[in-house]
Design a protein around this ligand. Structure first.
Ligand code: FE2
Ligand code: FE2
Length: 420
């Protein structure tokens, strides 16, 4: 085999290896080190380095080096003229001794000559400068042949592509990060707006202060107990916060009437689900069908609710969740014409109406949440905070809930042992 042939085979081998290196490695700096090693090794070059160029900072940072010594600068800045000339040159070796007109060579002349750098190779990929190679002399002391220069260009292209890929990835990560921040900001704004709305709704109804917020919180508990993801639970809370938004258009004296309202007043009040739907429809709600929850939160699964008298499966699930939360809050807070009912009575009511007004699995989830808190299975004090400690500590609630859970879901995989 002639010397040229074996050199050629060796070079192709090194190129193939370099290609693989660029494609496989995740560790950028390791890729740069191995690539430089391969390049220097295949041409027996004594020393060299790879620099990455930042267009924004107009500076090059050394990312891999071999035998460059301490004197070689780790960061070098470029002026516009340097960048222009490097770009025009492309990935071809520039002889340092022949490039004294370059401002870059003038500025770094000392370092380049002290380290005995013979060649600078701008790494230009898709008309963009991504870095440069700095190469010292060959171990044989021979000058670089045109064949050597071609190999350097070919390998430089591989290294340049690896840097370019890395830059693209960094850009993507930055963009994703910006998007995430923007999304978080939007989310916060949305939540704040929803809460402000809920406060405005509750303001109008002086007897049921905090109703919307509580319905939001009960809906959140139900969503959590149903095993929903964070976004869905958040959606349930929002649906609860906004379910009565239509009441903003109902006359204050009807909402606050300290007596049972008459049929005409009741008709006006009963329009609030449909009005709420109209108000909420144009808003984009990220997680749940909030407008439908508002429209159907007074439907019952036996078809005796309003406004449309829908039956079970035709009622949106989120509306069933809000319906239970809403009814529970109505029963457990003082109204102008009615005192709050004791917990045991409320639970019996919910159990009795599971399958009539409420979806049994939603009552079930609600009971489970309550039971967990009463038995200390969860340290959260969600119900205690909403209902008051005393209310939650009424006698016999735990067996009552256990019985209810056993009675309502005989085929459920959950087994609640009866008796306390
Ligand atoms: Fe309502
Ligand atoms: Fe309500």
């Amino acid at each position: 085999m002639t010397e040229t042939k074996s050199k050629l085979i060796h070079t192709f081998g090194a190129l193939a290896e370099l290609g693989q290196e660029v494609a496989n490695r995740n560790d950028f700096h390791e890729t740069m080190r191995t690539s430089l090693h391969l390049l220097l090794g295949s041409l027996a070059i004594m020393r060299g380095g790879v620099a990455r160029y930042s267009r924004f900072e107009h500076s090059m940072q050394i990312v891999a080096a071999r035998a460059l010594g301490d004197e070689f600068p780790l960061a070098m800045s470029l002026c516009h003229e340097d960048e222009r000339q490097f770009l025009a040159n492309g990935i071809y070796p520039i002889e340092v001794s022949q490039a004294q007109v370059l401002p870059f060579v003038q500025v770094y002349d000392n370092s380049l000559s002290r380290t005995q750098i013979d060649l600078i190779v701008p790494l230009v990929i898709r008309d963009e400068m991504v870095g440069a190679l700095f190469l010292g002399d060959k171990a044989t002391g021979e000058p670089y042949s045109s064949y050597d220069r071609d190999i350097i260009s070919a390998m430089g292209r591989h290294i340049g592509v690896a840097i370019s890929q890395r830059n693209m990835l960094a850009d993507l990560e930055r963009q994703a990060d910006d998007n995430r921040k923007l999304y978080d900001n939007l989310k916060t704004t949305y939540k704040d707006t929803v809460r402000a709305f809920a406060a405005a709704i509750d303001c109008k109804d002086r007897y049921t202060e905090g109703h919307s917020v509580r319905v939001g919180k009960y809906s959140e508990i139900i969503g959590t107990e149903l095993g929903w993801g964070d976004d869905e639970v958040e959606g349930a809370a929002v649906a609860g916060y906004l379910h009565d938004v239509g009441k903003l258009t109902v006359e204050r004296k009807i909402i606050n009437a300290p007596y049972r309202i008459n049929a005409k007043e009741s008709e006006e009040l009963n329009r609030h689900p449909a009005v709420g739907y109209e108000i909420l429809l144009p808003i984009h709600h990220p997680y749940a069908d909030v407008p439908l929850a508002a429209k159907y939160h007074h439907e019952r699964i036996d078809g005796r609710g309003y406004p449309d008298g829908l039956y079970d499966r035709n009622i949106p699930y989120i509306a069933k969740v809000v319906n239970l939360a809403d009814s529970f809050d109505a029963m457990t807070t003082d109204r102008p014409y009615k005192r709050r009912r004791p917990a045991s009575e409320v639970f019996e009511d919910l159990q009795r109406n599971a399958g009539k007004q409420f979806a049994p699995e939603i009552v079930n989830a609600f009971f489970r949440g309550m039971l967990k808190e009463l038995t200390g299975e969860t340290k959260e004090k969600r119900f205690r905070r909403l209902l008051g400690r005393e209310y939650m500590e009424a006698e016999g609630l735990v067996p009552l809930l256990r019985n209810a859970l056993n009675g309502m879901a005989p085929t459920s995989p959950l087994t609640f042992i009866n008796g306390d």
